[in-house]
Design a protein around this ligand. Structure first.
Ligand SMILES: [Zn+2]
Length: 216
């Protein structure tokens, strides 16, 4: 199972990706973590990446997708993965599709962007085990899974949330349309409760791969 998951900030990507990875026994590949690891390990490509991030610029898609693809292609062929979060724009899409074959892309779709804004501003993240929760669910600020102190993401504020939503609509939605044309898009209604979102994901993934099998 070779998957990617996309969705606007606050659509529940982090949380659902963790659960999908566990449920289907997939490698959970976080693109941002790969970049950070290269920089931290001061690899050749990490030094190039640092040259961009240290002046507040994004690392070019070509470089990020190369590193992502080499990690994905390093997994044994019988082991699946889920990419969180790429390809985010058409540049990344074209580059990644030359290097990796994806079976399906899960799209977490939200109709009310005010819900996204509220969710993002209330979001708390565990720096240790990566659990994602909210101020309402964890008023004591302690991670229920590992006991660490929860944090807000440094960029979870209204300006960046609005910027991310606009960027998602402009750059990522065209990528979803491409996967849709290929018959590889699994659309999920992310307006529902957490449990309903996750069970819709599992149902649709199971159905998608069952249909793939009968096609072969
Ligand atoms: Zn934790």
């Amino acid at each position: 199972m070779k998957l990617a998951i996309l969705g606007a900030a606050g659509s529940g990507k982090g949380q659902n990706t963790c659960r999908i990875a566990k449920h289907y026994n997939l490698h959970h590949v976080v693109v941002g973590d790969i970049v950070k690891a290269e920089i931290r390990n001061k690899t050749d490509v990490g030094k190039i990446m640092y040259a961009y991030t240290s002046i507040g610029k994004f690392v070019p898609s070509d470089i990020v997708m190369d590193v992502l693809a080499s990690q994905l292609n390093s997994f044994p062929s019988d082991e699946g993965f889920i990419i969180d979060t790429a390809p985010l724009n058409m540049d990344q899409y074209h580059k990644l599709m030359q290097l990796v074959t994806l079976d399906a892309v899960i799209s977490l779709e939200v109709t009310d962007y005010n819900v996204l804004r509220r969710r993002t501003l209330n979001r708390l993240i565990c720096p240790v085990c990566r659990a994602v929760t909210s101020v309402a669910e964890s008023p004591d600020n302690i991670c229920k899974q590992c006991g660490a102190t929860l944090e807000h993401r440094y960029d979870d504020n209204i300006e960046t949330v609005n910027f991310r939503i606009a960027q998602y609509l402009r750059e990522t939605v065209p990528v979803l349309d491409e996967f849709d044309k290929l018959g590889k898009l699994i659309r999920i209604n992310a307006d529902q409760s957490k449990e309903n979102v996750f069970s819709e994901i599992c149902q649709k993934i199971d159905k998608f791969f069952a249909e793939q099998k009968t096609k072969k």
